[in-house]
Structures are given as structure tokens and as C-alpha cells.
Design a protein around this ligand. Structure first.
Ligand code: NAD
Length: 459
């Protein structure tokens, strides 16, 4: 056990127990300072993301820094209201009484982040953790070391270590962190590591949020606006080089429009990234050699309709469409998490459900259709984290919607006020009046049986 980790956590617990994080104005001031430093370092953050996987400036601003700045603005504006103790109506059976819900911070929390949106996914939960009054340790991904370093520098500039600290490192460091007793663990990453985190948390009955991934279906029926669907699929799939947890993983397309859709998808890929996407300033790289090789191997034996180019020295994989892969092939086993889009077709709508249900519950689901009834049926009858009709990915943006998975794609949800609530324990408190004490509920019960139903109605 690394003693410096134990010492860090003990120091954070002491800081928390001394009540240093309780004052809402202090929390707000800390969030404002965090915002100012992020704004000051925004260019450095974008440069780090570019150095890590050639993420372009537009996507870095849209999906990382500006996303976080907006989240900070919203939290700073609403923190007083989110933190407020709320009165609820009292149960008549408790008469005379009042009842309220008090939000309290859990204490010292651990946030483990993945590499694919390395800045956003480390900072977004952290904002909620700080706003709710916790101390926090953040472990960014080791696969994006430049971004991890910037996160470390920013956090060190804003917070004393006993309030918020960054611990850098890979699997071993993560394991050491997980041996500690935390008051909450917020993990974003793969279902495989999510299970390890859940087991570690179970040792201390530590509550968790697990933001995981899955194989996200995207259905396109014969009534869809094909050109628009192609544009929106290409954007959501190839954003971040296809390394997005809510990207469509595979298409399920009505057979009679499949060829038209393929033509439109090819056009849209060229529109977005030109005929030579390797030279496009907007198309990122695969994060490392292991993932590059994993993705390259998925192409083995597949019928490539478009793209398929791979350049190992640059960790480049072109936006690629593949035709009708066998459901038993490697590409149809696990989440792809890269710029490869399998296209499956169906003749009859009855074929859709058995394909979706071959996989664990996905993080998201998409359907393109002008038939409201059909789209609603798909959205209502399947189980998935969240989804969009006639677009991809955009449900993520709405702060009023919970973001999270279900089953194998995760436990819990956050964004907006929910992020604050995730990091707050809700205490239920009843204050009883002392001037009256109705004797009905007390033993001896002889002669009171006939009142028990009436009493229960007053709960
Ligand atoms: P990962 O699970 O490999 O790693 C995530 C974090 O866990 C990293 O910080 C890593 O250092 C740590 N880690 C790795 N092995 C560990 C171990 N054995 N014990 C403890 N910690 C360990 O995930 P990744 O490759 O960084 O990210 C990709 C995955 O994350 C995909 O499955 C994707 O769908 C998912 N994801 C989900 C969301 C979401 O919001 N639901 C967002 C982004 C990514």
C-alpha cells in the first residue's frame, strides 16, 4: 500500500470533518476559481488533447472545455437552490409534526475517469462533488497523459490537496486507490473495470455511480429522411474518432433503403473529412497502439464498403463502413469504440428486437423514422440508458435529462442538478410536536385493532 495515498485520504477526511467544505459560499468561490483557471488554461487544454490523440480544437471546445465551463456556470447559478433544505408535507399520523430533507455531502469521494473525453469526464463529476461539499481525489486516465497533467496542474492551482487532489497513474494506482475506504466512488469506464470497482466498493458498502458502455443500436427505417439520417449518423459516429460511449455502434437498416443510405453515408463522410481523412484536421487518432490493433483486427474478414485504411505509424483508422457482418464475428461481439460502423439490414421489423436483445442493455439507442408510432415503440419497448429519435448523441446535451446506463451499461445517472444530488446524501428528518401525543399507536393494543387500517391511511 502506498502510504502517500493513505496519508492524502486521511488528510482529506480531516479537512472534511473539520467542516471546511460546509459553507456554500466557499464552495461557490472554489467553483468560480476553477472556472477562471480553466478559462485561462483553455488553449493548453486543447493543445494537450491534440497531443494525446489529435483531437481538433473545435471538438475540444465543444465537448470538453466549453461543456465544463457551461456546467460550472449552471452549478454556480443554482447551487443555493440545489443545496437548500426542503420541507415536505408531514404525515397526519405523526401529528403534530413537520418534515424535511437535508442534503449532506458524503465526505471523501473518488472519481476515476476514462481517456476518451479525458477532460470532460474527470471534471464533470468533480463539479458536482465540490458543489455538494465533498473532498475529492480524481484519477484521470493514463492513456491521455498530456491531459492528465493539465488536469493535475489546474486542480493544484485551485485547491489545497486536502480538498481536491489528482492522483495520476494506471491500473496499479487505481487498484491502490480502490483499496481505501471512500464515502462515494464515481467511475466512468468499461463494464469490465466497472465490475472491479463495484467489488472494491462492496467491501465498505460504498455507494457508487458506474458510467459504463455498451453496444448501441441505431435503427433506420424506410420512412427516414435518408440524407439527414446519414449526416447525423456520421457526425455522432465519427465524432472523437468514433471513441464515444454513446456513439451508434451498429446500424440496423430497412433492406429496401440500405443502398441509398450507404451512398448518403459515404457522401457525408467525404463532406466531413474529405476523400483523404488522414489529412483532415478534424479527424482524431486512435488513442494508443493496443486500441489501434484491436480495431484493425475487427476488420479482418469483413466486407469493407468504404474506408478501411489503417496507418499504424499514425494510429489512423479511416471512417469505415462494413457490410452485413456475421452476428458471430468479432466486430459484433463487444462495443467497437472506434471509427468502424457495421451495417446490418432487416426485411421485417420483427427481426430488430432479436438482434438488439442479443447484447447486454446498451448505454444508448437511436431510431430514425417518420413513423411516430414505430419510433415510440422502439424507444418504449427496449431497455437502454438514454436515446434520441431522428438524431444521435444529442440527448447527452440536455442538462435536465439524466445521463447514465442500465444493467451492464451502468448504475446511476448525472448531469445538471443530478450531479449535485449524486454526491449528496438525503437525510430525512421529522420534528414532532410535544404538546399532543395521540395514544392510538402505543401498546397495549387491546381494543385498537379496528383502528389500524385507518391509522395506516394517515401515513
Ligand atoms: P477503462 O475501464 O479501461 O479505464 C477507465 C479507468 O479505469 C482508467 O482511469 C483506468 O486507469 C482505470 N483502470 C483500468 N484498469 C483498471 C483496473 N483493473 N482496476 C482499477 N482501475 C482500472 O475504460 P477506458 O478504456 O478508459 O474508456 C472506455 C470505456 O469507457 C468504454 O467502455 C466506454 O463506453 C466507457 N465510457 C463510458 C462513458 C459514460 O459516460 N457512460 C463515458 C466514456 C467512456
Amino acid at each position: 500500500m502506498d502510504t502517500s495515498i493513505t496519508e492524502l485520504i486521511n488528510n482529506q477526511k480531516t479537512y472534511f470533518n473539520a467542516g471546511k467544505t460546509r459553507d456554500i459560499n466557499n464552495r461557490k468561490a472554489a467553483l468560480k476559481k476553477l472556472k477562471a483557471v480553466i478559462e485561462k488554461r483553455e488553449k493548453n487544454i486543447c493543445d494537450a488533447l491534440f497531443a494525446d490523440f489529435k483531437k481538433c480544437e473545435f471538438e475540444s471546445l465543444l465537448t470538453e472545455t466549453q461543456y465544463i465551463i457551461t456546467e460550472l456556470d449552471n452549478t454556480i447559478k443554482k447551487i443555493n437552490s440545489w443545496a437548500r433544505t426542503r420541507s415536505v408535507s408531514a404525515s397526519l399520523v405523526n401529528f403534530p409534526s413537520s418534515a424535511k430533507i437535508i442534503k449532506e455531502p458524503y465526505g471523501t469521494v473518488l472519481i476515476i475517469a476514462p481517456w476518451n473525453y479525458p477532460f470532460q469526464l474527470a471534471l464533470s463529476p468533480l463539479i458536482g462533488a465540490i458543489a455538494a461539499g465533498n473532498t475529492a481525489v480524481v484519477k484521470p486516465s493514463e492513456l491521455t497523459p498530456n491531459t492528465a497533467t493539465i488536469i493535475d496542474e489546474i486542480i493544484s492551482e485551485v485547491f489545497p490537496k486536502n480538498h481536491v487532489a489528482v492522483v495520476q497513474g494506471g491500473k496499479e494506482v487505481s487498484e491502490q486507490l480502490l483499496e481505501q475506504q471512500w464515502n462515494y466512488i464515481f467511475f466512468t469506464g468499461s463494464p469490465k473495470v466497472g465490475k472491479i470497482v463495484y467489488q472494491a466498493a462492496a467491501k465498505h458498502i460504498t455507494p457508487v455511480t458506474l458510467e459504463l458502455g455498451g453496444k448501441n443500436p441505431c435503427i433506420v427505417d424506410e420512412t427516414a429522411d435518408i440524407n439527414q439520417a446519414a449526416k447525423r449518423v456520421v457526425w455522432g459516429k465519427f465524432l472523437n474518432g468514433g471513441q464515444t460511449c454513446i456513439a451508434p455502434d451498429y446500424l440496423l437498416v430497412a433492406e429496401n433503403i440500405k443502398q441509398k443510405l450507404i451512398v448518403a453515408l459515404k457522401d457525408e463522410i467525404v463532406n466531413a473529412y474529405t476523400n483523404t481523412p488522414k489529412d483532415s484536421p478534424d479527424f482524431p487518432r486512435i488513442v494508443n497502439k493496443d486500441h489501434f490493433n484491436r480495431l484493425k483486427n475487427l476488420l479482418n474478414g469483413q466486407s469493407v464498403l468504404f474506408g478501411g485504411e489503417t496507418v499504424e505509424s499514425e494510429l489512423f483508422i479511416a471512417p469505415t463502413l462494413i457490410d452485413e457482418p456475421s452476428l458471430k464475428s468479432e466486430v459484433m461481439k463487444d462495443e467497437i469504440f472506434g471509427p468502424i460502423l457495421p451495417i446490418l439490414s432487416y426485411k421485417n421489423e420483427n427481426e430488430i428486437e432479436p438482434i438488439i436483445s442479443r447484447f447486454e442493455k446498451p448505454l444508448s439507442l437511436y431510431v430514425f423514422s417518420k413513423r411516430k408510432h414505430f419510433a415510440n415503440r422502439i424507444m418504449n419497448e427496449n431497455s437502454y440508458g438514454g436515446g434520441t429519435i431522428n438524431d444521435t448523441v444529442v440527448h447527452f446535451i440536455n442538462k435536465k435529462l439524466p445521463f447514465g446506463g442500465v444493467g451492464n451499461s451502468g448504475i446511476g445517472a448525472y448531469h445538471g442538478q443530478l450531479t449535485f444530488d449524486v454526491f449528496s446524501h438525503k437525510k430525512a428528518v421529522v420534528r414532532r410536536g410535544t404538546w399532543l401525543d395521540v395514544p392510538l399507536k402505543y401498546a397495549p393494543y387491546a381494543g385498537k385493532l379496528k383502528y389500524v387500517k385507518m391509522l395506516s391511511k394517515l401515513f
